[in-house]
Ligand binder design. Sequence first.
Ligand code: SF4
Ligand code: SF4
Length: 259
Amino acid sequence: MFNTKVVQPSRLDPETKFKFRCHPGVSCFTKCCSNIDIMLTPYDVLRLKNRLGITSNEFIEKYTFMRIDDKSNHLYAYLTMGSDEEKRCPFLESAKAGCSIYEDRPVSCRYYPIGQGLVKVEGEDKQTTHEEFYFFVREEHCKGYDEPDEWTIASWRDDQDSKLYDEMNLGWKELLMRRDLPGAAKLDDNKQMQFFMASYDLDRFSQYVFGSGLLDKFEISDEEIKAMRTDEVALMKFGFRYLKFLLQLEETLKLKESK
Ligand code: SF4
Ligand code: SF4
């Protein structure tokens, strides 16, 4: 059965070594691309909608379904698998050809067979930061572990070209961790919608930012506004700052003084 996922409980660091290789010659090639849960990050959606030349809203409608986290009311987007018997990923071109959007594949496909987690760490100055950790995912069908190529977690991440994914995902995961804060309230409908829009529906968030007068409320430099107009990564980073402010997690934005 393809979906027998085994998460090994050890917490790994970037220098942990392992042997692995995935290539078209392995007997299991593309067996991991069917009947799977792939939770998408905002940056995954940004890369994929641009790859496909469609809007974020079109991508969400056509390729995703949503799950609600009961504790926080956060909405998470998952890639919709095909309706065929195998429930193939929509981006699986064929069992031989592999992934049709390989350069823009979601971060969880990049990292596989490594999983990522995030823990809160309190420094000596009592300031809280977040630290990533890693774990192995070992699935019965995956023969990549039998291959001789040796990696560290760090060299695997470099090979998978995940640097910008990691940077963007860290900003978003810090937001998700609010669910575990003592006394964290569930998002109401309005905040849930804003959380979703700034996370996943970047084209609609752009219309909201530039068309609603939102920017007039905050002290934001012209340079930053210019960057947000021309660079979607800058807009997404602003979105995370805005959500942290909206959810009262950090004073990431300064309100203009009323005259
Ligand atoms: S199951 Fe493992 S080795 Fe096989 S294609 Fe998937 S990642 Fe590669
Ligand atoms: S996005 Fe590509 S690598 Fe990921 S499951 Fe789909 S076909 Fe496989």
